[in-house]
Each structure stands twice: as C-alpha cells, then as structure tokens.
Design a protein around this ligand. Structure first.
Ligand code: C2E
Ligand code: MG
Ligand code: MG
Length: 729
C-alpha cells in the first residue's frame, strides 16, 4: 500500500501542478486514482479559470468545508481562500491576491477557508499557472492539504512565545526581538529610539499581604494603565514579575520623555481596587536613548537598567535618565554604605534642629530634627544621600531609633510649649516594632507624647493600606502627633487624608520655591492645600521659604507655620538652648527680597565652542536658562557661543555679561529637568553627526562622545585668551 500510495500521490501532484487537467475531462483511470487519493483525505484539488474564479474543487474538499459546488464554483479564488492573520510565525508570505496577479507559483501558501458551519479551516496550497499551447494563461491548477490541527498548535506556540499570558502585553522575547530589529534598522536610517524600564515599588508587599491572585490582578490593571498612556507612541511589554518595558521609536527629546515618564509614574501611583480592597503601589522608571546611550540591545538595556536602579535608589516613584556618571555612582553607593555603618558605630551622626515659626508672631512652635553626618574624607554628607543608602538594609532601623531617642531627650530641655518633629523613613515605619520604639524613646526621655511629632511621607501609603492604617491607630493611641511631610510630591491620593488624621501637613518645598515667579501655578496649589487642611482640621507648614516675597505669599495664603532659611538654617542643640537661655523664642526673617531662579553651583570642566575653536572653561553655576563660566579672557558681551556640557549636550548661547575672566551666558533654548534636581538639554547631538564630523562611531564609548576632537580642526587664530584652569581637589 505505501508504494502504491506514493505513486498515486505523485501522479496526482503531476496532474495538479504540472499542467495536467485536473478538472472535468481527465482520462478515466487517472480520475479514479485521484478519486482514491481524495477519498483517503490525503490531497484535495482545485482549479481556477483565466479570470481567477474557482472552476473546480474536489468533492472531498467541498465536503470538508460543508459547501456544495453551487455556493463556491465561479467565485473569485481570493473570496474562498483568505490570507492568514499576521501574528502567525509563518505569516511573512505574500498575499494570495498578489501571487495570483503576478501569476507566480504557489508554494506552501497557507490560507484560511471558512466552513458553512461558521468556523475556519487552514489549508496549505500548492499550485501553478497553466498555459496553453500558444502560451496563453488558462488559470491555476493546484492541490491543497488541510493543516488545521498543526496550524492551530503552531499559532498557539507562536503567540505564547510572544505574548505575556497574564497581561496580553508583548513578552521579553518579543521586546528583545523588536529592540534589536529597531536598533539595527535605525542605525542605518539614523533614527533614535528610547527605552524605558519600569519596576513597581512595593509590589512584593501587595503579593505578600493580599495574595498572589490579587498581585496578578494588580499587574493586569497596571498593564492597562501603561497601554493607555503610551498609546500609539510606542510598545509596552512585561519582562516578567513586576518589571515592564516601553519601547519608543523616534524619541530623543528628554523633555518629552521626562513628561511621559512622569505621567506614567503618576498614573501607576493612583489607587487600585482589587476584590473590593484598595491598594497603592508606585513605580520607578529608567530611561536610555539610542544612539546616545548605547548602539546595541545589550548596551541600551544595561543603561536603562542602571537608570532604573538609580531612580529606585533616590526614593522610588520617580524617573531617571541614564548618564555615564551613574556607572560610577553604583560603586560609590556600596562604599558609602560601609562608611555609614562605621559612622553609626562610632556615634558620628548628629542631629540639627530647624525651627518651624509662626509667620505672624515670629515665634518658634516646633523644631524639626535633621540628621547630620560629617565624614572626615568627604566632608558633610546630606541625609538625602545617606538615608536611601541606609534604607537598603537594617541600618535605617538603628539610625531611626537613635534619632528618635536623641530628639526626645534634647526636646525635654526646651520650654514645654515647644514640640520636636522627627522624620520617619517609610521602611522603618511599616516594620513591626516601630510603635514599641516610639514608646521606649518617650519613656526613656520622659517627654510627654503630645510634644513629639512624627513626620511621615506619602510613600508609606504605598502597599497594603490596612496594615498602614493599623500602625497609625496604634501610634495615635500613644498620643503622639502625626505630620505629613513633603506633601504633594508622592502618590497624590487625597483619599488617605480622610482615613488618617494628621495634625499637620507640610507643603513640599517644590511648591514654595519660585512660587512668586510670574505665571507660576504654585500659589494656587498652596491655597488649595491650605483650604483642604483647614477643612480637615490640620495645621499647614510651608517648607523651604528662602526669600521675603515667598514668605509674604505663603503668609497671605494662610500657612500656619513656615520652615526655611528665611528664619533659620538647621542649628545645633547648643544653639537652640542658647537662644532659649536668652529668653528668646523668636526668629526674625532675613533673606533676599526676591526669589532667584534656581542655580546649581558647580565646578566642572566643560567646553565652549566659538567659531572653529574649542576652549576649556569651568562651569560655575547652571540654571535652566543660563550659566556662568570662568576660564576665558576677553570675551565681549553679545558674542554667540556654543556651550558643550558633555555627552552630546550642546547649548547655543549668547554672552550677556562679562567680567575680565568670567562670563554670564543666556541659552537660546531652556534646559529641562533631569528628574533628580539637575538640568540637561532636551536633545543631544547624535554620535552620527559627530561621525560625519570625522569621529568614527566605533570610537565612541557608550554615552561618551568627545567633542574635544574638534579642537584638532582649529584653523584660525583663537579670538579669546585661554586662562590656566585650576580645579579644586
Ligand atoms: P525633610 O524632612 O523635608 O527636611 C527638610 C529639608 O529641607 C532639610 O534638608 C532642610 O535642611 C531643608 N531646608 C529647610 N529649609 C530650607 C530652605 O529654605 N531652602 C533649602 N534649600 N532647603 C531647606 P536636609 O537636612 O538635607 O534633609 C533632607 C531630607 O533627609 C529630609 O527632608 C528628610 O526626608 C531626610 N532626613 C533628615 N533627617 C532624617 C532622619 O532623622 N530620619 C529620616 N528617616 N530621614 C531624615
Ligand atoms: Mg521632614
Ligand atoms: Mg519636607
């Protein structure tokens, strides 16, 4: 039988594809053989006329799809056989219509055939155009095999390997494929693309406290939010666990990317309803851009990962762009952790106290305890730097308890109307045993609980709210006061204000600083927060007031207390005691009359391009709209220059004021925020353009493109005098 069968099949093929007439009128013995082959379900035959309409279809085939001759014969072939959908792995084939029109051979063409029962079968077609003796086209002759079972299986496998089953988003494999293909194609066409890596903050906590099905539901909702924000700008995928990725072709504007990342952070941080329970998480985002931060998939994902890590380190709930400095920062963090542990062991961490003053009477009502660390090698290290490092492990618990104990002890020496505020890290707050530590500190010092205020940030509301609620209730029972710090920067959900009674709300510095600038919406925000706090019976504090005009504004808008350099910087316990010893509970405001645009002081070597010369200069300070440089002499006001801030960041500028060796520059286009307090250009000069200027791409390390090479092309005599640059060590 096998031999006979093969022969029969060969003949059937020959007749079907090599010009033999498989329609009516074939010789009887052949048609018998064909009939047998069909009967066995091995092959089916079809033919078209010269116009491309179906002229013949095997009885077996007709039975298979539950149709009779009349319904199908005479119909265009493309109506009967449909192209398959894109997503199947083999779907790279040209459409059937295209092939028929081109009169090309059909080889293993997969098509979908609708049955009269309303479902679909998949057939694999082979066929050839038939020409008569004069070379005239007579139609197609072909065979077909039903591959439905195999096709369904393959499609499922293909889908599974491309799609994340839980969320329906692209999976890691698909994302990687897309990214490599995109980078390869964009390298040729010199386009850019951005990669965002996301990692949810506190997802594990939801999983642990609410169960895995709740975690799964949460991931689905996150996926929906991400998809709706990213829309048609790019592709969202899930890498696994609580990690997501967004691929954004043709995006290199860091201003736009920062705004998008911010919207993502805000949206993901809104509360979720899961099986009737509310949950809040956050997300951190790392961003890298090709070709600037990497040309290959590995490089770019590594860069985005590093940026993500840095965003998480900062405090979560934020975004961060990749910069080459990040590479060095990772090792610095580890080193800082070791030194910090050492400093804690040796008792080198101290507390400073900053007054919270009633702006109407200038009387101090409270002092906030702020940690200070003076390292013998590095100098003063800010708590915003070392607290996140301590939060990486249990060090934060030790530091937190030490601060709590010391602050209670110190406060006892102040007049009894003055309270003390102590900062609490969210990590410390949600740990079992925190209430006990507070009770112990109160007991050890003898401070009445009503004089202790705990400053908590919105980040504690990330995670399972029921646990958080219980901690708050416990603390309230102790009689301490609760204060909501940095309000407005975190998870911007007001819902928790209804659940938990805070005594005080501290309006974040970012709303206060610069609030007097024209067109700023912050005064409106301050007014709204004050009104909300009053309605809920809470006191308000305006943080970070530095200038007189800011003080006037927050006072007018009804802030109960003011904390800021305008009244005092943080001072030592000795200084506090000295002040009270003189019978003085007042702090008088003193500071600049008006707010000045934020400038970041620095001492960084950068480049300055004028005509075809490249000079080394020192950047003394930088704001969004300008900079001050030193290192050149004889640069007249009005000169057009280009400031090279490194890594392709070129800023077209004009010299607006000048002393003998220092110049003030105004930028043609304002810089944008880098998400962590610094500034950067929205766009960078692509390494491709630099390659055109004679620097080969291969010579460019990831993210580093030395414009200084331009110096080699200096042709004319430099106009300005380059001074010797001495950098502080
Ligand atoms: P925070 O709780 O929001 O504290 C206010 C910060 O703003 C302090 O910075 C303070 O020195 C600064 N500040 C106050 N007025 C002004 C002003 O007018 N202008 C400017 N530019 N800054 C002003 P500091 O001491 O560097 O602390 C930074 C953050 O570190 C604190 O922010 C707090 O979140 C954290 N921190 C400090 N001490 C502790 C602590 O004992 N435990 C914990 N968990 N965190 C702490
Ligand atoms: Mg605070
Ligand atoms: Mg604060």
């Amino acid at each position: 039988m096998p031999l006979g069968f093969r022969k029969a099949l060969r003949e059937a093929r020959n007749s079907a594809t090599a010009g033999g007439d498989a329609t009516r009128g074939v010789s009887p013995d052949r048609s018998v053989v064909l009939g047998e082959v069909e009967e066995l379900g091995i092959g089916m035959f079809w033919a078209t006329d010269a116009e491309g309409n179906l002229a013949f279809l095997s009885q077996r085939a007709l039975a298979d799809i539950g149709n009779d001759d009349d319904a199908l014969i005479g119909k265009p072939l493309t109506d009967v056989f449909k192209d398959i959908e894109e997503e199947h792995g083999a779907a790279t084939q040209r459409s059937l219509a295209f092939k028929l029109k081109a009169r090309s051979k059909l080889e293993e063409q997969i098509v979908a055939v609708a049955t009269s029962r309303g479902n679909t079968r998949w057939w694999r077609l082979n066929g050839r155009p038939l020409l008569d003796g004069d070379g005239e086209f007579k139609g197609y002759r072909g065979s077909a095999v039903d591959i439905s079972a195999q096709y369904a299986y393959e499609t499922q496998v293909a889908r599974q390997s491309q799609v994340d089953e839980l969320t329906g988003l692209a999976n890691r494999r698909k994302l990687n494929k897309r990214l490599s293909a995109m980078l390869a194609a964009f390298r040729v066409s010199r386009r850019s693309c951005a990669l965002m890596m996301l990692d949810l903050d506190r997802f594990k906590q939801i999983n642990d406290t609410m169960g895995h099905p709740a975690g799964d539901e949460l991931l689905k909702q996150v996926a929906e939010r991400l998809t709706s924000i990213v829309g048609s700008h790019g592709e969202v995928g899930r890498l696994g666990g609580d990690e997501f990725q967004v691929l954004l072709p043709d995006m290199d504007d860091r201003g736009t990317l920062g705004e998008l990342a911010n919207r993502i952070v805000q949206s993901v941080s809104q509360p979720y309803l899961i099986n009737g329970r509310r949950a809040i998480i956050g997300t951190s985002v790392g961003i890298a851009i090709a070709p600037y931060d990497g040309l290959e998939t590995g490089e770019l994902t590594g860069a985005a990962d590093m940026a993500l890590y840095s965003a998480k380190e900062t405090h979560g709930g934020t975004f961060c762009f990749y910069t080459s400095e990040l590479r060095d920062a990772a090792s610095r963090t580890a080193e800082l952790g070791d030194r910090l542990r050492d400093a804690v062991d040796k008792g080198e961490l101290k507390l400073a106290y900053q007054p919270l003053v009633d702006p109407v009477t200038n009387e101090v009502k409270c002092f906030e305890a702020l940690l200070r660390w003076h390292d013998s090698e590095e100098g003063d290290i800010s708590p915003s730097q070392f607290i996140p490092v301590a939060e990486n492990d249990d060090l934060i618990i030790r530091i937190g308890e030490m601060a709590l104990k010391q602050a209670c002890k110190d406060a006892l020496a102040w007049p009894e109307t003055i309270r003390v505020a102590v900062n609490v890290s969210a990590k410390q707050f949600i740990r079992a045993g925190y209430r006990k530590a507070v009770a112990a500190a109160l007991q050890a010092s003898g401070l009445p609980p009503g004089r202790l205020e705990l400053e908590i940030t919105e980040s504690v509301f990330v995670g399972d709210l029921e646990t958080v609620d219980a901690i708050f209730r416990d603390l309230k029972k102790l009689g301490v006061r609760l204060s909501l710090d940095d309000f407005g920067t975190g998870y911007s959900s007001l819902g928790y204000l209804k659940h938990i009674h805070f005594n005080k709300i501290k309006i974040d510095q970012s709303f206060v600083r610069g609030c007097t600038e024209n067109g700023d919406i912050n005064p409106a925000i301050i007014t709204a927060i004050v009104a909300l706090a009053k309605a809920l019976g809470m006191e308000t504090v305006a943080e970070g007031v530095e200038a007189m005009d800011e003080l006037k504004l927050v006072k007018e808008r009804g802030a109960d207390l003011v904390q800021g350099y305008i009244f005092s910087r943080p001072i030592t316990q000795e200084e506090v005691l000295e002040q009270f010893a003189n019978g003085n509970a007042m702090f008088r405001p003193s500071g600049p009359p008006r707010h000045r645009a934020e400038r970041i002081s620095s001492f960084r070597k950068v480049g300055l391009i004028h005509e075809d010369h490249y000079y080394d200069v020192i950047l003394r300070n930088l704001s969004k709209t300008g900079a001050r440089i030193t290192g050149l002499a004889g640069v007249p006001v009005g000169t057009d220059v280009v400031l090279d801030l490194g890594h392709g960041q070129l800023v077209v500028s004009k010299v607006v004021n000048a002393t003998e060796n220092s110049q003030g520059l105004n930028f043609e286009t304002a810089l944008t925020s880098d998400g962590s307090g610094g500034f950067m250009t929205r766009h960078r000069v692509s390494p491709y353009s630099l390659a055109e200027a004679g620097i080969p791409l291969a010579a460019l390390g990831a993210g580093a493109f030395p414009l200084a090479k331009w110096r080699e092309s200096n042709k004319t005599i430099p106009k300005f005098h380059q001074l010797e640059l001495s950098m502080p060590i």
